[in-house]
Design a protein. Sequence first.
Length: 110
Amino acid sequence: MTKLVTLRYNVSMRTAKISELKAKLSAHIEYVKRGNDVLILDRNTPVARLSPVASTDDYDERTRRLIAKGILSPPREPRKPGEKLPRPVSTTGVTRELMEQIWREEREDR
């Protein structure tokens, strides 16, 4: 039985159990094509989400291939004109000493 659940900021999302998804896949795909998400449940536990794919017409051939392979994901919403990219969390980077410590720990685990 398909239900609507409320997730984050009062956004309603359709849910479907795996057995129902198998039985009514075409109907759920049509719902997603209209721009909605479907939350997939396995024994009432969320396991996946079906989301609509943004148009890839504005991308070059290489980017479209990477999107088709699942390596890249197009943004859900385009960046607004003048909007800047987010700044990195740390501008200092990782020190050489820290990297050597990480490498030592990895080698010890082998």
